[in-house]
Design a binder for this molecule. Structure first.
Ligand code: LLP
Length: 425
């Protein structure tokens, strides 16, 4: 018997009572590599990417993976080899994608606070474009480009002021957000960009938020952006590409996000209807390419019955899985070995000294100390946001490919953590 347990995670299945990722039994992985351990399915990442690529087949379009979601070098290699471009937000991410084999021309650089040093390095690498977020940034970038004897390719991130219908911390396209250039100021900013000697205007972009599970906010943003394209081009500034920003949300619990190819169908229909179907198009998905490709394996340390709550203390914590503490996010938690024992309701918590260190609340589990659990949908914004809080070493990571397992990051030990520290004389 085999059954997929999470939509969007086609390679995570129980075979009999044992949970598998592709052809690897996860309990074997946990025993070999220890816990907490992140495991990612290569096939899941590639099938998520393929859904985007199918959606725009035959068009001049490109996926630029937003590696903030998961920046492991081996994950970047998987996407680079599959023809992805990359959306970076720091000099560190630039070095990562170059190390993973990306070409400069496949890179776009987003973010509100690029430093001069980061700009210089990105110009040297010959990136496709800077997604600029303010007029002061335009001025600085023009100056840096002139110093290096080049013209920086720019797209302006405009703020379409639409509600993405997601968590407020990951909504970015509303008025009052620190991101982007206000819709009504965009034309003036483009005129400024076109006049600056160190810049070359190449496109327009927007990003309205993350974990978006409906098509309508994308269509609303697209309409607002196309209105601007019309106005900007009427002012004599041609735009080669349109970039829609981040990708779709994923299923953590009972969400029903559209499929990536269905999103494209709707976007392309709107673009065609408004006469923009031939443009170069870009999208910067992060979560939807990796989120449900990954799980975090963890061991039950203690069961702690209480008057009001029962606690199941595991060896993974908010430093490994920060999303519940930061956004009250939901991640499914399932046993690596299914059982018919009677479940008890627990708050599943980590060892960190914070009440906010919970991974799941009111979960029904038939767990015993020593049992192994998987926290699902852990491929995006988990390891990339992990910290050393409480001097906990960051977890190890493996990439599963069929029955083959690649250790892609060793577990951090104490020496790794204090390498840059100095004792007083
Ligand atoms: N492009 C830009 C400019 C972005 O700011 C983001 C995400 C993306 C693309 C990728 O968006 P995605 O396809 O992953 O939705 N840590 C939060 C999510 C923060 C998203 C930040 N920006 C979380 O764990 O939910």
């Amino acid at each position: 018997m085999s059954a997929t347990i999470l939509p969007g995670a086609p390679h995570l299945q129980y075979r009999g009572d044992a949970l598998y990722l592709e052809d690897v039994r996860l309990a074997d992985l946990a025993r070999e590599h220890g816990t907490p351990l992140f495991a990612y399915s290569r096939a899941s990442m590639l099938s998520a990417l393929a859904a985007y690529q199918r959606g725009f087949a035959g068009r001049n379009a490109k996926v630029c993976y937003a590696l903030k979601a998961n920046s492991a070098l081996a994950v970047l290699q998987v996407f680079a080899r599959a023809g992805c471009g990359f959306d970076i937000v720091s000099g560190g991410e630039l070095e990562r994608v170059l190390a993973a084999g990306a070409r400069g021309s496949d890179i776009i650089f987003s973010g509100v606070g690029k430093t001069r040093r980061e700009m210089r390095r990105a110009l040297e690498a010959g990136i496709h474009c800077f997604n600029v977020e303010s007029e002061p940034e335009l001025e600085v970038l023009s100056g840096v480009a002139m110093e290096t004897g080049t013209r920086a390719p720019v797209s302006l991130r405009v703020n379409p002021d639409v509600n993405p219908l997601t968590h407020p911390y990951i909504s970015t396209g509303l008025k009052g957000s620190k991101f982007g250039i206000a819709h009504k100021e965009a034309l003036r900013a483009y005129q400024r960009a076109a006049a600056l000697p160190g810049l070359r205007v190449v496109g327009i972009d927007c990003h309205i938020g993350s974990q978006i599970t409906q098509v309508s906010p994308y269509l609303d943003a697209l309409d607002r952006v196309l209105d601007l394209v019309t106005a900007i081009e009427a002012a004599g500034i041609p735009l080669q590409h349109i970039d829609f920003g981040g990708g779709l949300g994923i299923v953590y619990n009972a969400e029903q996000p559209p499929a990536a190819d269905a999103l494209w169908q709707r976007l392309l229909a709107r673009l065609d209807a408004r006469g923009f179907g031939e443009r170069q198009l870009m999208i910067e998905p992060g979560r939807s390419l990796v989120g449900n490709a990954g799980v975090c394996l963890t061991e039950v340390l203690y069961l702690k019955p209480g008057e009001q709550k029962n606690f199941c203390v595991i060896d993974a914590a908010m430093n490994d899985l920060p999303r519940p503490a930061m956004y009250e996010a939901f991640h499914q938690i399932v046993p690596l070995q299914a059982t018919t024992a009677k479940p008890v309701t627990y708050d599943v918590v980590g060892p960190v000294c914070e009440s906010g260190d919970w991974i799941g609340r009111d979960r029904k589990l038939a767990a015993q100390p020593g049992d192994l659990l998987a926290v699902l949908s852990a491929g995006a914004y988990c390891m990339s946001m992990a910290s050393n809080y409480n001097t906990r070493g960051r977890a190890a990571e493996v990439l599963v490919d069929g029955a083959t397992v690649h250790l892609i990051r060793e577990r951090e030990d104490f020496a790794d953590q204090v390498r840059k520290e100095k004792l007083l004389p």
